[in-house]
Design a protein around this ligand. Structure first.
Ligand SMILES: *[C@@H]1O[C@H](CO)[C@@H](O)[C@H](O)[C@H]1NC(C)=O
Ligand SMILES: CC(=O)N[C@H]1CO[C@H](CO)[C@@H](O)[C@@H]1O
Length: 530
């Protein structure tokens, strides 16, 4: 049987080199899968490296570096089986099993990764290293680093006067189902499939809906990634089990839909899979969030085993979760990226749990406010640039600002403060009715090296807050603000605020030090006086 398939493939190859029959051909060192859709890929039996990806007869795989989990699995025990319209290759190591599936008539490499422990390198990613002369263009020019000189770490570079980094290709998980690279007549797409009820391809990732990680890098290769977890601003423990499924699709250029039914995995006998039938839903209505945010309301669910999210419908404010694994979850209501309520909810297999959720955000009437309390620095100076540039980039506006006045608006207020770069002063005027004992609030979305705000007004300096929970990685210099949000408040005693003008100066406190943008820092969400 196997021989016949092989023979048929060889014959078909001679007759029509591109479109052979659906087959898996085994040699002593490789498995070659022909999808019958113009895609033929080769998996090394010893390592599970993907070493050849022929699409319409053209080699997509870089021939000097291959595609795999991490930097390669080393030595694996490989086997294959045919189940209906699928060839399943299983590559086992002691703590990780990689599944590679060829589906009849789909020009894609279907993947899923089962883990029982975090890889020793401390992150879990699939990297496809594609041929850059064929797939010339990264989805985002800010991730094209080839030939650059190092600006920071070994991952931020200067190319043609612009800062570039693979980190600038990152997008929040909630918006990252499909990303790709392309060239003339060819494109490759990383797809984490499933919308609506089937939106659970990220269930084993960590960090919640707004966690973002590397999608691609243009080096000597065209690198296309699915980062399932990493220490890149890690705020949550890693999860183990069946990651994905996900797939790399090859086509001539059009963006594939994320609305892809990958439920065929249920018939493939893979470890750690919870079938659709053995899952349950949470449904409900959100309330208490200002209507300006109606299109930006997310409900998240997490426990140590899984995480999910769904955007509430912007007109009805109702939501129905993806189909979730049974268990008890912390359910979180987000106004944009700001947590405004958490509650517990229990999901059981085959049933729907109703759990309405209402914002518990406290919204005191303010004397003044700069920015919006939404869990992001959006609206502040440089916030529109930070996701794709290093703070040192010449296209950034000066981080050191003259005294800020409220009438200037948030767009003149820096999104972040760096200890070694400077403080920010705010001049504001109060009426006699506004003075007295008041509260100053400064909310931040992330911090680095223990950075937190300390305010001074006249003779009063607010107490230095406790150090924020440390995140063991760079943050804002890698284009992200998504860390631990913290809302700091200080009671300003009576007698400090005066009628007329005064100046509030905010500095960065930290027991650590560092130079310029790698000095202790934090990112502003918003600030107010009430
Ligand atoms: C990339 O593709 C080009 C064109 O097919 C080929 O000449 C080159 O050798 C390939 N490079 C690598 C590193 O695979
Ligand atoms: C104000 C706010 O959003 N606070 C949340 C910030 O994040 C922490 C940790 O994720 C939550 O516990 C807070 O409720």
């Amino acid at each position: 049987m196997r021989f016949l398939r092989h023979a048929a493939a060889v014959l078909a190859c001679i007759a029509t080199p591109i479109r052979a029959a659906f087959s898996l051909t085994e040699s002593s060192s490789t498995y070659v899968v022909d999808t019958n859709a113009g895609l033929v890929f080769t998996v090394q039996r010893a390592s599970c490296d993907i070493t050849s990806i022929l699409y319409n007869g053209v080699q997509m795989q870089d021939q000097s570096k291959y595609s795999h989990i991490g930097s390669g699995l080393g030595s694996v025990t490989a086997s294959w089986t045919k189940i209906g319209n699928y060839y399943k290759i299983t590559c086992a190591t002691s703590t990780l099993t990689q599944y590679i599936v060829g589906k009849y008539n789909h020009a894609a490499i279907h993947l899923a990764t089962y883990t029982t422990a975090e890889p020793s390198i401390g992150e879990l990613r699939f990297i496809a290293r594609l041929n850059k002369s064929v797939l010339t263009t990264t989805s985002i020019v800010a991730a094209e680093v080839n030939g650059g000189s190092v600006v920071e770490g070994s991952d931020v570079f200067l190319v043609s006067g612009q800062t570039r980094s693979k980190f600038y290709s990152s997008r929040p998980f909630i918006d990252d189902h499909v990303h790709g690279v392309s060239g003339s007549g060819y494109a490759a797409w990383m797809v984490v499939p499933g919308l609506g009820s089937r939106d659970y391809g990220f269930e084993l990732c960590s960090g919640g809906p707004f966690f973002r990680d590397i999608d691609n890098q243009g080096s000597a290769q065209q690198e296309l990634y699915f980062y399932m977890n990493s220490g890149h601003m890690q705020t949550e423990a890693y999860r183990q089990g069946l990651h994905g499924p996900y797939f790399i699709e090859f086509n001539t250029g059009s963006t594939p839909s994320a609305d892809y039914d990958a439920s065929f995995w249920e018939s493939l006998s893979v470890s750690g899979l919870t079938t659709f039938a053995n899952r349950g839903y949470v449904t409900g209505t959100v309330s208490g969030i200002p209507s300006a945010y109606n299109s930006y309301i997310t409900v998240g669910f997490s426990n140590s085993a899984a995480q999910y999210w769904v955007r509430a419908d912007s007109s009805t404010l109702k939501f129905t979760s993806p189909k979730m694994k049974p268990g008890t979850y912390t359910m979180t209501l987000y106004k944009m990226e700001l947590e405004v309520k958490t509650q517990s909810v229990t999901v059981s297999a085959g049933s729907t749990t109703t759990s309405n959720i209402a914002s518990a955000e406290s919204t005191p009437t303010t004397i003044w406010q700069i920015g919006e309390f939404d869990g992001t620095p959006r609206g502040f100076l440089n916030a529109d640039l930070i996701e794709t540039m290093h703070p040192s980039d010449s296209r950034m506006h000066d981080w050191v600002r003259p005294t800020f006045t409220l009438s200037q608006g948030a767009a003149y207020f820096p999104m972040a403060l760096f200890k070694d770069v400077g403080t920010i002063s705010i001049s504001f005027s109060l009426t006699s009715a506004q003075i007295g004992a008041r509260t100053l609030r400064i909310a931040v979305t992330s911090s680095f090296a223990g950075g937190r705000p300390v305010p001074t007004i006249g003779s009063w300096t607010g107490a230095t807050p406790a150090a924020p929970t440390a995140i063991d990685s760079r943050g804002v210099t890698r284009g992200t603000w998504r860390g631990y949000n913290i809302s700091y408040t200080w009671s300003i005693p009576s007698g400090i605020l005066v009628t007329g003008y005064q100046t509030l100066t905010i500095a960065v406190a930290s027991g650590s030090s560092g130079t310029t943008f790698l000095s202790p820092n934090f990112v502003f969400d918003a600030l107010s006086l009430y």
